[in-house]
Design a protein around this ligand. Structure first.
Ligand code: URA
Ligand code: CA
Length: 431
């Protein structure tokens, strides 16, 4: 290992065999944390070549089990977002693309963060559960084109160990390490094709477009080298996506979007990502054709119908789709009002996300419990005019004391005089 650390430190390329040695040795405990730490810091400064990055990814995949989705008909396309605040796209996309025949075999976790994971969000629907057998999962996807199963099995143990170490050695922010970490999980989960939503902006890992493009190109390169059709959309995370940040609140927002009257940015990003998924699944030749197909199933109600079928098939009360008031609701709602006239010029996404977490919408640690009913609904986004006293956001809370959350919302919003451009939503598509 000391020779390999030295080789990487000096900027030389490691062979596939050498990379396998490192990942296998670290996973089984033969290589200690201090050597892996030094190696990762060498990667942080020297980077990795495309072939090293692909080999590193595959070695992580091979460190654990790999899901076999071959019992499901068709090309299984997975979507991954590099993380943002209030990102409701998965809830919209699963029924939307399934409604045009793309198989959605979604494995999902709970995780930590501002709001719950996809499974937590869906559990705000009474009766819905993801504890289904592998066979039931395959059967449901073959029958309905969409199902969600909780993550089980020992996938990418090397990534868990490496990520934990990166977190405490200042080596998280390395493009080859981020790219291999994300792609290893998608490949181990059995995807044939992968659509990536790489976020850029103040609320994202990548703060500028150049870095976001480099990350996207690295991930697309890994996917292609490993035989998975892969493409990436670079989208804005300078403010939260949509209006809702919270679990049941985001389910409601997804329903609105499937009905065609969701927030503009969530609608647009869902159609952009969805079009790419439909193309990779071989159901359309161009993104334009795919988009028209998706717009049609929104307009004729088939996407919404698919959502109901999906929920009911996993025990959920599908009547919430027509009666969203049946979703869990918080005891108190409280408007946060603008202190002056002007135009919104900034909404610090991270800080808004933390406000939702303080309300109980997300987990700060693995032990935290989630309150599905609470969160925030924004009324004003960047570029919107506001009048003094007008609500900029509504807090949904189960506490009667919300000073900290109110203050955070005020701190997150900047309201200026004059005109402010709305941020671009889609910056680029990398194929
Ligand atoms: N998300 C991941 O899964 N891995 C990283 O390294 C960064 C973000
Ligand atoms: Ca949202």
């Amino acid at each position: 290992m000391v020779d390999l650390i030295e080789k990487k430190r000096d900027g030389k390329e490691l062979s596939q065999e050498e990379i396998n040695f490192i990942i296998e040795g670290y996973t089984n405990g033969n290589i200690p944390d201090y050597q892996m730490s030094a190696f990762q810091m060498a990667v942080f400064f020297q980077g990795m070549t495309p072939s090293e990055t692909a080999n590193f990814t595959m070695a992580i995949v091979k460190s654990g089990e790999q899901v076999d989705l071959s019992a499901i008909e068709g090309i299984k396309v997975d979507k991954h977002s590099t993380g943002g605040v209030g990102d409701t796209t998965t809830l919209v996309l699963a029924p939307l693309v399934a409604a045009v025949g793309v198989p959605v075999a979604k494995m999902s976790g709970r995780g930590l963060g501002h709001t719950g994971g996809t499974i937590d969000k869906l559990e705000s629907i009474k009766g819905f559960h993801t504890e289904i057998s592998q066979q039931e999962f395959y059967d449901l996807v073959n029958k309905n084109k969409v199902a969600v199963i909780g993550q089980s099995g020992n996938l990418t143990p090397a990534d868990k160990k490496i990520y934990g170490l990166r977190d405490v050695t200042a080596t998280v922010n390395s493009i080859p390490l981020i790219a291999s970490s994300i792609m290893s999980k998608k490949i181990a989960a059995g995807a044939d094709a992968i659509v990536l939503d790489v976020k850029v902006g103040a609320g994202a890992f990548m703060k500028n477009l150049e870095d976001a493009k480099a990350l996207a190109e690295t991930m697309v390169g890994i996917g292609k080298s490993l035989g998975r059709k892969t493409m990436a959309v670079i989208s804005d995370m300078n403010q939260p996506l949509g209006f809702a940040i919270g679990n049941a609140l985001e389910v409601k927002e997804a329903i609105d979007t499937l009905q065609g009257h969701g927030p503009k940015d969530l609608h647009e990003l869902s159609l952009t990502l969805g079009s790419q998924m439909v193309c990779l699944a071989g159901k359309a030749d161009t993104p334009e054709t795919a988009r028209a197909m998706l717009e049609e199933v929104i307009a004729n109600g088939k996407a919404l119908e698919k959502f109901k079928v999906f929920l009911a098939a996993q025990g959920g009360d599908a009547s919430v789709v027509d009666q969203p008031e049946k979703l869990p609701t918080a005891k108190y709602t409280l408007d946060v009002e603008a202190k002056a006239d002007g135009t919104v010029s900034e909404i610090v996404a991270d800080s808004i996300g933390t406000a939702a977490m303080i309300l109980g919408a997300g987990r700060a640690t693995k032990e935290s419990t989630i309150d599905l009913s609470v969160g925030l609904v924004l009324h004003k986004k960047i570029g919107d005019k506001v009048k003094k006293g007008e609500p900029i956001a509504t807090i949904h809370s189960n506490h009667d004391e919300n000073e900290e959350v109110i203050q955070r919302i005020y701190d997150s919003y900047t309201i200026e005089e004059g005109h402010v451009e709305r941020p671009t939503l889609i910056y680029d598509v990398i194929k």
